[in-house]
Every structure is written in C-alpha cells, then in structure tokens.
Design a protein. Structure first.
Lengths: 464, 464
C-alpha cells in the first residue's frame, strides 16, 4: 500500500513536471511568434498615423472603431461585434492662446492646452493676476480674500524621487482633476496647471478634470502649461508678483453621441461560459496620436488573439478582446460593457488591461483575492526568462474596473514606467515613441498570462 | 554559558539588522539624490551636443578628455589626472557613396557607412556583382569560384526571438567583424554587411572590424547598409541576380596619436590601497553623438562620485572613476590602465563598467568567483525596491576586462536592452534618445553597488 502511494506520488510529480514543461514550451512559442510574426506594430502605425488622436465622439474615434473591427474580423475569430454606447463629446475648438504680461504691452506667449471637460473662457479671454499654489490645501489656507478674482496657478511637480512614475502621477493629479472645482469656490476666475510630466520640456499635457457638483454659473476655465513654462512662470512671478496672465479658449461640451466598444472572441471548447477579457481603450486625447495611450494597449490586446490563432491554440475558455471607448473622459465603454455582461449573466473569470504604455513589460499587478494571488504567484517563474515577472497586488485598469465582483481576477500590464509621462496626453504621444520590440514583448507577456488563466481557470468558491 | 551564547547571537542579529537598515536607508538617499539632484544629464547634453561623435584620435575625443577632466575636477575629489596613452587614428574621409545598378544607367543610391578599420576602395570605387550569404560558413561552402571578383553581401539579421538583444548581437556580429577578412580569402573585392540593428530603418550602423593577419595587399573594403536597404538589396537581387553594386569610400588608418584616460579618485579612509573602479568609455564612433555608447556610461560613472560627495560619504576604500579612451577600435585605454595598475602594484578589488546604454537599469552581470557571487547575491534585496535586482553571472565590460585577475570582481550595468541597437554605432545615437530618469536610475544603481563593495570589500583568500 505504502509502495503504491509512493508510486502515485512519483507519477503525479512526473505528470506535473511534464505539464509545466509543456506550458514553458508554449509560452516560449508565444514569445517567438510575438517577436517575429506579429502585426501589432503595423496596426499601431495605422491607428497613430492614418487616424491619429481619437477623442470620444470624434470622427477619428469612429474611424478607429471601424479599423479595429476590420482587423479583428480578419483574425478569423468565432464572433466579432460592436457594442452600441453613447459617449460625451467635448471639443477643444480653435487653438488656445495665452500670454504672460509684465506690464501693458510687455507680453510673452505661453503655450497652453485646455483641460478635457473645461469650459471656455469668455470670448475675449480672461486676464488676471496669478496666484501660485502647490496644493489644494494651500489654496484652502489662502482663502477667498487672496484668491478671489485671480487665476490660480497649481505648480506642484510630480515627485521625481518615486521610482514608479504612476505613483508620482497619482500624488500630483488632484491639481488637474479637482483644481478648478476647488479654486472656483474661492472666487478664482481661471486655473492654470503644471503639466503632469516629469521631464522638463515645452509641451503642455491635457487630461480629464471635473467640476464635481459645481453649478454651471460657477465653472471656471482650466488649462495646462508645460513643465518648462511652469518653471518660467513661477520664477517670473516671484520677481513680479503683480504680473498678469491672459488666456482664451473656446472648448465646450456638446450633446452625447453614439459610439462603440469593439469586441471579438474565440469560443471556449470546454468551459465556453467562462470568459477571459483582454483589452485597452480606443479613444485618446486629441493632441498627439494616442500611440502609447492607449493605441499600444489596443494593438497588444488584438495581438493576444492573433498570436493564439497563429499557434492554432484551442482555448478551453472563451477569450475575448475588447477595445473600450471613452476611457479618457467618461468611462462609458467600460461601464456599458460590464453592465451588459451583468444583464446577460455572463461569467467573467479574468480581465486584463494594457493601459500604461507600450514600453518593456516588467510584469503585472493583480486585483485579486489572497487565494487567487497564491495561485498566480506560482506562475511567476514562467515569466522570469522574459524579465516580466514583477507580480504585485494592486490596481488593474480603468476600463475593466466595472467588471469587479466576486469570482473574477483583474490585472494590468505593468511596463517600465520611466518614459510614460513624457508622452501622456501630449503632442509627444506619437508612433515614433513606441519601440516595436517593447510593444511585442508586452503582447507576448499578456498572451502568456491569458494562456495560463485559460488552462487553469481561477480557484474560487463556487458562485452562482 | 549557553545563556551567554544566546545573548551574543541575539545582539549580533540585532546589530546585523541595524546595519542592514542603515544600508537600505543610505541606498534610498543615493536614489533620491540621483533622481532629484544629479548633473549627469546636463553633462551628457554637453558631450553629445557640444562635442558630438568622439572617435579615437579626433579633436572631439580630446575635447571630451578636457571636458570630463574639468567636470571631475569640480567634484572636489582627492586626485584627478590624465593617463597618457596612444591610440589608433582611423578616419572616415569624405562621405561614402554607393548605388545598386540593375542595368547601365539604371541606378538607385544606397546609403552606406564604412566599417571602422576598413581600407578605402580604389579612388574610382568598386563595381561588381553581389553575392548574398547569411554566414561565414555559407561563404566557405560557396568557395572561391562563386565568390571571386564579387562583392559579398552578408545579410543574416539579428535574431528577433532572443530576449536579450546583446545575445542576438553576439550571434550576428561575426559578419561585421570578420566578414571582410574571410571574404578576401575567397577573392571577393568588397564586403557589404547588414547593419547590426533589430529595427527596420534607413540608418547604416558602423562598428569595428579586423583583417586578422591578412597582408595589406589582400585587404578589401567593407561597409554597412541599413536593415531596410539590406532587405531591399536582397529582394532585388533575388529578382536580378546579375545586378551590380558600386561603392566608394576613402577611409584610412593614419599613424597612432597621443590621447588620454581621464581618472579621478576619492581616497579610502580605512583601506586606501583597495581600489574600486567605476567607468565608461569616452570615445565613440564618428556618426551620431555617442550619447548611449558610451556618453551615458561616462556621465553615470562621474555621477557615482558626484552622488557620494553630495551625501558626504567618506569611503573606506579608494573609489576611482575612469573614463577610458579607445574602447571602440583598439581598447588601448583599458589595456593601458590595467598595465599601469600592475606596474604600480595597485590592488583593485572591484571594477564596474556601464557600456550598454543609458536605459532603465535591470541589474548587473558579474564576472566573479562562486564565493564572491554568494556574497553579492545577498545584496540583491537592496535593489528590489528599484527593480534593478537582476543579478547574473556573466560578462562585465570591455575596458575593465584587462583588470581581470584573482581577487577582483568585475561587473557590468545591465540596462533594458530592447532599444539599444536602434542607436548603436549609428546617426541615431543622439541625446534625445536618452531619458533623464533612466540615466539617473542607472547612476543610482551603480552608486549603490559601489557603496556596498566599499562597505564590505570582497571575501577572498589573501593574495599578495
């Protein structure tokens, strides 16, 4: 009897080792295919250079819908469709204009970009004194008397000491997202924000902002200045506290318009009702070409299915690619996708988003239970040969966030973050800033992870 | 007694933990300083944009000597000096010219770059049929009859499937380094080599080559074509096997000239006779600005001493920065440095080179004994928070190679390698391709490693 148990254990161990070797070999083939035979870089070239910036509600956004629909149609998937949604439509209008005025007539032009969602200035623009603050707290401490009638200049830089630049972004972005809403409460007439960029350069970076529950009558316009111009303004302001800043922008929010998520899937052969999603977002800001944010994530997600198809992989579970619309200023695509999944009673077990740039992948972060993390951490070794084995517990992606519930693991691809904010939401987010190999390695890492979730599912207490 | 041993162990463990925490905290300060208060990016700007390409023996190379000497003089080190050496002087001459000819008069110009060390063509150029091969073995198999009188076109691409691009480089570079010497033996009249570049673009990449012991009379000229042009030539050649290739270059090797290594040091306070070296190479190819190769390594090495100085660190051992001259086409600087160290009976315990580009550091590779590797691997955890903890046994750097002997650990900084060969030895090796944070993080990792070697030395059987 004892002998039999030993034999069983030995056989089991041999079989586990054999499966492990099979997985290793398959992941190796995934990388080989991604690095030598993927079309994702060409797709990104098209999205960036033939379509360009794809703000929700724009013609370009719909061109991107049609283009990616066509791309995944050609992948010969089991099903490809568009999900109808409506999206907000904010438009920049004619180019913004701004200057700093030391004395009447002595002006220096300053490049600005209206923040996404901002109201326009009056048609003649706004001219007022600047008051520089480094935080919402400092604004509060200054109070109505100091702020009223002025343009508030938020100038706290992203912290260069943080190794992960997304952490530095999180700690600075309140100035952009809430600055105008807060400054308005103290009677400010406008807001200028230092760009969310660690590099010193001349490019203003736009990005979403919200007025919260502020009534329309109290909304004030907000725009970003480049890091170099923020430093220049700050230095000049210290010497000339009464200098004036003028800016003019005629952006506005129009009525919602129809748009789409783009979806395709390979049906699972054993557990078709268990769905695995991989995706990025199709929309981008209107400046730059949305190459890193998030053209890269879209083409990598399509590449996951392309690679599995090229390898004639027959998945156990249903593997779905979703190009979400409207991540940047509304999250309507992600919200609609999750709510439709709920309506249909679909069971998603894993969702992976790539929305941190097309740089060398360092690993993934997982929004998962401790139980699932234990399972996932065992897969780390598969990613070591590719140096993509930084597995952490943490966030995933904005678009897949609404899918969160019991019984699903969410994950985000985590590429090297050092260069990301040089390009994020700026005219510098262009195709030439993406390296083909880095992009392909991201797609390979994503495919490998999707493969493992497809093979092994997720350990979970049975849910209905 | 037993109680005393326990007490001793407890105290020892507390003290070890305290020291570990102290090291962690100091390394954290190193990173903070590198990321917020280092001048290395500005130094690189000067080397790249005020001096530019710095081929050994050129005026630019000596300008780089003077500039870096001045920079480290200003760091207030204990000693700064130049080491006299002589270097080979190869010059490119007037720009190369080449075309492909389908029939008389039907020509298409092809950008080429003479390989470093190549002889000139005759003054009227060379025109001959092309014969494409993918390896030195294939050349050998073809033999004299097929090759004689022709221009050999080496066109084996770097393997895109290799994750580490330096491995792919090693497997392809024999075509460049030995192609001409081998082809000459079979009567070829010239050699054209596909650039060592994984990216498809229009830039030819130069680089060193050797004729081995070939007599002057047998030397044939060699040049590189871009990856795009290599593909174009190959395709056209398949359709038109009798097409001709013309090229003309008037590069030549002049007499050796004097040059310098640039050296500075902080004297050790406890073991001044134990020397730690950190360095890169000052020379570069003449095309591009030598920003990644190896301006980055030079400024990072200078930054190591800058950072330690800023932190008022008083080293136990002597810490020396060396900017080596002539890595690209002779290694005279590295050789001379080691031989002078031998003459003086200096004892080097650790040498670290950065010569793999200024990209995000992934870790280090060590040329070390098993005993030393055990010691070094214990330090890995210090680098984990900075994601620079890939520690492997392997090569170090060309310039510090000659220092190898018993009792010294050699190491190379290993940055992310994906983009490196887009820039290596080409017009694209410019300052804008370097990201400040990535550069600074490399300097920080190097400083942290130098700090640990300074604190703890290396475990070694006593040598005389």
């Amino acid at each position: 009897m004892k002998k039999n148990i030993w034999l069983l254990c030995a056989l089991l161990s041999i079989s586990l080792q054999a499966q492990e070797n099979k997985d290793k070999a398959f992941i190796n083939r995934i990388y080989d295919t991604a690095l030598s035979d993927s079309n994702s870089y060409d797709w990104l070239n098209h999205l960036s250079n033939q379509i360009g910036g794809r703000l929700s509600g724009s013609i370009q956004a719909e061109q991107a819908v049609d283009y990616t629909f066509k791309v995944i149609e050609d992948l010969n998937l089991d099903k490809v469709w568009k999900q109808d949604i409506t999206v907000p439509k904010w438009v920049r209008g004619t180019p913004e204009f701004a200057y700093m005025e030391l004395s009447p007539g002595a002006t220096t032009n300053i490049p600005i970009l209206a923040l996404g969602g901002s109201v326009a200035t009056p048609s003649l623009g706004i001219k007022a004194e600047l008051i520089e603050v480094s935080s919402l707290d400092e604004l509060k401490a200054l109070g109505k008397k100091a702020v009223s009638g002025k343009i508030v200049f938020f100038n706290r830089p992203m912290d260069p000491k943080m190794i992960n630049t997304f952490s530095a972004y999180s700690k600075a972005v309140d100035q952009r997202s809430k600055g105008a809403a807060e400054a308005a409460k103290y009677g400010a007439v406008g807001v200028i924000v230092r760009s969310m960029n660690l590099r010193l350069d001349d490019f203003p970076h736009t990005g979403g902002m919200s007025y919260g529950d502020l009534p329309d009558s109290m909304k004030i316009p907000a725009a970003a200045v480049s890091t170099n111009h923020a430093n220049f303004l700050s230095t000049t302001l210290a010497l000339n506290p009464s200098l004036k800043f003028y800016f003019k922008q005629n952006c506005r929010t129009l009525a919602d318009v129809p748009s789409h998520n783009v979806i395709g899937e390979i049906k699972g052969s054993e557990f078709p009702e268990e769905i695995i999603v991989v995706g990025g977002h199709l929309d981008s800001w209107d400046v730059g070409d949305g190459a890193h944010d998030d053209g890269a994530g879209c083409v990598q997600s399509m590449a996951v299915l392309e690679i599995l198809k090229k390898l004639n992989y027959n998945p156990k579970r249903t593997i779905r690619v979703v190009m979400f619309m409207n991540e940047e200023n509304g999250l309507r695509g992600g919200t609609a996708y999750a709510s439709r999944a709920n309506e249909l009673g679909e069971r998603h077990i894993f969702a992976l988003e790539s929305d941190s740039g097309g740089f060398t992948p360092r690993g993934f972060s997982f929004d998962a239970t401790t139980e699932n993390m234990t399972q996932i951490m065992e897969w780390k070794t598969y990613f070591e040969p590719y140096m993509a084995h930084s597995f952490t517990k943490g966030g995933s992606g904005a678009d897949i966030g609404p899918l969160k519930k019991e019984g699903i693991v969410l994950a985000g691809l985590r590429p090297d973050s050092q260069r990301y904010f040089d390009h994020h939401h700026a005219a510098t987010d262009t195709f030439d800033a993406v390296n083909k190999r880095e992009l392909d390695m991201g797609a390979a890492a994503m495919t490998a992870l999707v493969y493992l979730f497809d093979r092994y599912g997720i350990e979970t207490t049975e849910i209905k």
